[in-house]
Design a protein around this ligand. Structure first.
Ligand code: GLU
Length: 289
């Protein structure tokens, strides 16, 4: 079976040079290995994703000379599949609802920081500081019946206790040069959100399911997602899913060494194209000649 690669952008802004690098690296890997290339639109967040950004993804990738298999998988069309997986995790007793608002969470974190630095996840966000696991069943049911918004979280300690130690094969490198057999550290993320009242999934849950449902065998993506792989490995084992091979690549940075952002015009593919920059020049700028 040929290897299967994928490029999986979120349509919440215009693609930039970093996306061009990631997409072209996937193309190169697929070509060199006689593999297939899939495109997936990660559009589960209706508050940030917009049709014009999705359209721009297709146009910008085609402009770069990239072709991909049809049909494109759009995550928003598969919410029932994510919901079913979430229900399996709920059935294992590994998911609980938390009802704190963002403001309440910020207040709790400030309180805990005052008692000594409260831990942050690998992306720098504070771990869940709340006490939702100690709510009585009656109180939970009351809050839900009252329509209070909630997040469904993975009980990380219980999940880890169930599966034990995990690792993955890293064919690229993590931010600190990690490669080869890498030990997963999902505990670094705390009780991650798997879904919210209004969205039956999250990035972690949908990416893990989609990679399997699409038959992806090689995940080639930016180093900014290296640590998320720990959570992905955990979910794969909990749900009995196979693990793809992972290759995390270096990020394209601006002249000041900062990670590129979708909100910066100067490195956006659309803006560069409007300035008359050619696809060949883009490839040259990102070292993909
Ligand atoms: N949708 C994610 C992003 O745009 C990428 C997900 C992945 O490659 O796993 O950053």
């Amino acid at each position: 079976m040929p290897p299967v690669f994928r490029f999986a952008p979120s349509p919440n802004g215009y693609l930039h040079l970093g996306h061009a690098y990631s997409a072209l690296l996937n193309v190169q890997c697929a070509q060199q290995s006689g593999g297939r290339l899939l495109l997936r639109i990660e559009d589960i967040d209706p508050t940030r994703c917009r049709p014009e950004f999705e359209q721009a993804i297709y146009e910008d990738l085609a402009w770069l000379g990239i072709t991909w298999e049809q049909p494109v998988r759009r995550q928003s069309e598969h919410l029932a599949e994510y919901r079913a997986a979430l229900e399996r995790l709920q059935g294992m007793g590994l998911v609980y609802p938390s009802f704190e608002s963002r403001a309440e969470i910020a207040r709790l974190v400030a309180q805990r920081d005052a008692d000594g630095a409260w831990p942050r996840d690998p992306d720098g966000a504070p771990l869940y500081p709340g006490t939702a696991t100690s709510l009585s069943e009656a109180r939970r049911a009351g809050l839900m019946a009252g329509g209070v918004p909630y997040a469904l979280r993975l009980d990380m300690a219980a999940a880890i206790a169930r599966v034990g130690r995990l690792a993955w094969d890293e064919h690229g490198a993590g931010p600190s040069g990690e490669s080869g057999r890498v030990e997963a550290r999902p505990e670094a993320w705390g009780d991650v959100v798997l879904a919210r009242k209004e969205t039956p999934t999250s990035y972690h849950l949908s990416v893990v399911l989609d990679d399997v449902l699409q038959g992806v065998t090689e995940v080639v993506r930016g180093q900014d997602l290296f640590h998320a792989t720990s959570v992905h490995r955990l979910l794969q084992v909990l749900l009995g899913l196979p693990a793809p091979a992972y290759r995390h690549h270096q990020l394209i940075r601006d002249a000041q060494g900062h990670k590129l952002s979708k909100s910066t015009q100067a490195t956006g593919l659309r803006a560069l194209r409007a300035e008359g920059v050619s696809p060949a020049e883009i490839r040259h700028r990102i070292g993909m000649v």
